[in-house]
Ligand binder design. Structure first.
Ligand SMILES: O=P(O)(O)OC[C@H]1O[C@H](O)[C@H](O)[C@@H](O)[C@@H]1O
Length: 302
């Protein structure tokens, strides 16, 4: 069986490669594991809650309709908690949509969203449908989100795939193709232009890279070899995050405590400003994570 559905999860197994699998928790439609030929590619905290009591620490949590916490009191997302409600709602499994590559869908709307949190978004007046498609390829995992406004008025939203990549040792890793991009450093609360040809990790790191040409691929390079490529469609921004020592110590669901060495979040999204979606309209964006290949250096000047 290529698709196995249990009460709380859906597991896809590659039809010709039984050690290539993806597991999706219905809670948050959170991808909690992607094994490629037996090798896990996503980091999941050993203390992650998988029982729906809080968003999953690890895998690919989904961020909608606000990234972080809204500071503007006037904005309809102001009352929402950090990262919104998609990651703390139980999505409906809609079934398989393609055999090759194996693809399934999950759906979320006001009817199955976490009521308590959803009602904090514009007093629960926004009507929407989210369709998440998850595609398991030979050497890639693609997640695509479609947002539809089914209401009577336009609404604003952020979207982000909060992807926790698993790495052997983050201090041996570099991330390419962020040079010359505008970024907002959340730790310094300052905006500047990234000047590092390759970004490296030896302290807490929390930056929002903005409006990056979607032709650019981010690559995690470990000791000269490409581990992972991150490609985007219609997702111009990307957060890069590593909590390092103090911040991971402060997260009860982050285990082991030195796990920050084995993870790196690269989070494609639309977060530097809002997508404004008129009633009756649809918007979509996707991320594809794939393995290996050559280093591809892309500058802003072609
Ligand atoms: O703890 P969470 O709400 O899951 O957020 C985890 C992290 O998400 C993003 O990467 C933000 O840039 C970080 O500032 C935040 O700490």
């Amino acid at each position: 069986m290529s698709i196995e559905e249990t009460e709380d999860k859906v597991i896809l197994t590659h039809p010709r490669e039984p050690t290539t699998k993806v597991s999706i928790l219905k809670y948050g439609a959170t991808v909690i594991s992607w094994e490629n030929k037996g090798k896990e590619q996503l980091w999941l905290s050993e203390a992650a809650k998988l029982d729906g009591s809080k968003p999953v620490r690890g895998g690919i949590p989904l961020v909608f309709p606000i990234f972080g916490k809204q500071k503007n009191e006037e904005h309809p997302t102001y009352k929402l908690p950090q990262h919104g409600f998609a990651r703390n709602s139980t999505w409906e499994f809609l079934g398989q949509t393609s055999e090759n590559p194996l693809t399934v869908q999950f759906g979320l709307g006001p009817e199955n969203a976490n009521k308590e949190i959803y009602n904090l978004w514009n007093e629960g007046k926004n009507n929407f449908t989210l369709i998440l498609s998850i595609e398991l390829g030979d050497d890639h995992l693609k997640t695509n989100i479609e947002v539809e406004n089914n209401g009577d008025e336009a609404f604003d939203f952020n979207w982000l795939f909060h992807t926790y990549l698993k790495v052997p040792d983050v201090t041996d890793c570099l991330v390419t193709n962020l040079i010359d991009q505008k970024c907002y450093d959340q730790l310094l609360a300052t905006e500047y232009i990234e000047k590092s040809p390759m970004v490296c990790f030896n302290e807490e790191f929390d930056r929002i890279y903005k409006k990056i040409d979607t032709d650019k691929i981010f690559q995690v390079v470990e000791l000269g070899k490409v581990l992972i490529n991150v490609q985007r469609e219609n997702l111009p921004d990307s957060v890069v995050w590593n909590p390092w020592i103090e911040k991971s110590n402060g997260m009860a669901d982050f285990e082991p405590k030195n796990g920050y060495l084995n993870m790196l979040c690269i989070e494609p999204g639309h977060v530097s400003d809002f997508v404004t979606l008129k009633n009756g309209e649809k918007w979509s964006g996707s991320q594809t994570i794939s393995l290996g290949g050559d280093i591809k250096v892309q500058s802003n000047i072609y």
